[in-house]
Write a protein that binds this ligand. Structure first.
Ligand code: SF4
Length: 589
């Protein structure tokens, strides 16, 4: 076996020398043709990333770190967490149409819609600061902006350059943009000591995202059924104020007392502190206790779950499906106004997707380092070393996945257990891959297709609405795949909407039409349940009023196969309870 592998390494050496020869010949021919045509070659000027003035520790107290791009709930929590870590910070408001126009005015042409909105939003923010009386230099000196970034493959890779270009064109040349890399964490070289990217920072950030996710999910679940209009939003506002304070007051774990001084004399101090931070994260109750409090506040909002509402699952591009403003035509509020229940997408799915993709890549590249270095497989020491290295990387990511899911589950339970759990990435890959290769990255990759199938087929939504930004490359690709999906799953109601800075009326009217179909489905469903159970909506409503726990947000009524809507599932459950109670009355009588 080992001997038979040896010629393959020789083959590789031969192939690469042949390739070098071919390249040489091509180059020779190119020069000949250029000479013939009189073409003079100029030295290629590659793009160089501008060297930016660093954000240093000494500037921290006088510098405000700006961030944005999520929902106001997530941002409020991140704000609290960052202040708790000692930073001055501010979330820039949700982008509006003016931001979009500014993005177009100061940025490059031909970008995707989220680029215009987010880039223009930062320009709008600094312009507002100027209008309030700060000079341009003061703004450049006293503010920095932190954002997510990546090296592509879609336009996401250009965000950083776009921010800088637009700021320069708007007269804010030198404004610092710090990049939070999608892969590889925050770029330390950029953040320098002004922004300390350590475990405390990551924990604060991810806790804020996760708490924001579960609270957002629950609010969207209960708002459509609140008996007193506006009560959910009032409770949500007050709860977020309280949670922000909890995040702000949370102090990162540090070793203290005699044990700390003892450990400091050894080289175990750093390991012990790291362990302490993890244990504090896994078993601390600062956040869960606060969420118990929010659960009780939500439970005090009376709900009428007999209202028949179609469930609309939101999918699409990350930013377009998350933002709650002009960037997606204010679609969530529009849907609720039209009588739908919105099933929002948690940011946690995206985090799990990134971990899943990282594992896929490691698996796909297994052993390539050996090929690259020309190491034959019979070199057992090196082969085993490479194999163990791969397994170690996979194990680390598996632990990260398990911990992330565990923490998310803990928060869900603390908030009453009704928020949705994170969708299994392997299940999504299994569903999406036949239509969209799960190795193809960029944007939501195969997720958009997979979620469509998942939510429609598991009776979790009456309709799937995909928010796809104008000019989004990955979304355009998945559009093609979705036509194969809808022709395979003929029952699904799926509508893709291209989001832009204009065209709200057109988008709303398209959604309204699809929603009409979803409403009919929800109505037929409740009619079937009422017929089968021999009860009426009025009976169920009266029964729920006699049993106040049934009107609470965290009341569990189960999910029956074949039933999607809240009203249908609630009526089926209530009818069962009514039957059980009447059997008991007869037995006692
Ligand atoms: S996924 Fe689409 S909209 Fe989002 S950054 Fe990439 S190209 Fe733009």
């Amino acid at each position: 076996m080992a001997l038979s592998e040896s010629p393959r390494a020789n083959d590789l050496v031969q192939i690469s020398s042949k390739e070098a020869l071919i390249r040489q010949q091509i180059e020779k021919e190119r020069r000949r043709l250029e000479q013939e045509a009189g073409i003079v070659r100029r030295k290629i000027q590659h793009f160089q990333r501008p060297v930016e003035r660093p954000f240093t520790k000494s500037e921290r107290d006088a510098t405000t770190v700006l961030f944005g791009g999520l929902t106001w709930k997530h941002e409020k929590l991140i704000h609290g967490a960052m202040e708790g870590l000692g930073y001055k910070c501010e979330a820039i408001p949700v982008p509006n149409k003016k931001a979009f126009q500014l993005g177009k005015e100061y940025g490059n042409n031909g970008q995707c819609n989220p680029t215009y909105f987010t880039v223009g939003n930062l320009v709008q923010f600094v312009q507002n600061l100027e209008e309030k009386g700060l000079t341009k230099q003061e703004i450049i000196d006293r503010y920095v902006f932190i954002t997510a970034g990546a090296c592509g493959p879609c336009r996401f890779g250009m965000y950083e350059a776009e921010y800088r270009l637009a700021l320069r064109n708007a007269g804010f040349d030198g404004f610092r943009v710090l990049l939070f890399q999608q892969s590889g964490g925050l770029n330390q070289a950029e953040a320098e000591a002004g922004l300390e990217i350590n475990l405390d920072f990551f924990l604060g950030f991810f806790n804020s995202l996760n708490i924001g996710d579960v609270i957002n999910d629950v609010a969207y679940q209960i708002r459509p059924f609140e008996v007193n209009a506006g009560e959910t939003d009032r409770v949500l506002d007050a709860s977020l104020d309280m949670l922000q304070e909890v995040m702000r007051r949370k102090r990162p774990f540090t070793l203290e007392g005699k044990l700390a001084s003892l450990l400091r004399k050894t080289n175990l101090s750093a390991t012990a502190e790291l362990l302490g931070k993890f244990l504090n994260q896994l078993y601390g109750d600062d956040y869960t206790a606060a969420l118990n409090d929010v659960r009780d506040r939500f439970n005090a909002i009376p709900l009428d779950r007999t209202r028949v509402k179609p469930i609309v699952k939101i999918t699409g591009e990350f930013w377009a499906q998350t933002t709650e403003g002009d960037g997606n035509f204010n679609m969530f509020r529009f849907l609720e106004k039209e009588g739908a229940q919105v099933l929002v997408e948690p940011i946690g799915t995206w985090v799990m997707y990134l971990l899943h993709q990282a594992k896929q890549q490691i698996r796909g590249e297994r052993g390539l380092d050996l090929v690259e270095k020309g190491i034959p497989k019979w070199n057992l020491k090196k082969t085993l070393g490479s194999h163990l290295d791969t397994q170690q990387q996979l194990a680390q990511l598996t632990v990260a996945e398990a911990m992330f899911k565990r923490e998310y589950r803990r928060l869900i339970n603390a908030l009453g257990g009704i928020a949705h759990h994170l969708t299994d990435q392997y299940e999504l890959q299994r569903l999406g891959h036949p239509f969209y290769n799960s190795h193809a990255e960029g944007g939501e990759g195969h997720l958009e297709v997979a979620k469509n199938i998942y939510y429609s087929n598991k009776d979790l939504a009456h309709m799937v609405l995909s928010l796809k930004p104008f000019g989004c490359m990955p979304s355009t690709q998945s559009d093609g795949a979705q036509s194969a999906v809808v022709s395979t799953y003929k029952d699904m109601i799926y509508i893709p909407v291209e989001t832009s800075g204009e065209g709200d009326v057109n988008a709303h009217s398209r959604v309204q039409m699809a929603l009409g179909e979803a409403k009919v489905r929800a109505k037929n469903e409740i009619k079937r349940v009422l017929d089968e159970t021999g009860t009426t909506i009025e009976d169920v409503r009266a029964f729920a009023q006699d049993h106040p726990e049934m009107q609470q947000a965290t009341y569990k009524y189960g999910h029956q196969k074949g039933l999607v809507g809240v009203a249908a599932n609630f009526v089926a459950h209530a009818a069962e309870r009514m039957r059980a109670e009447s059997r008991l009355t007869v037995a006692v009588g």
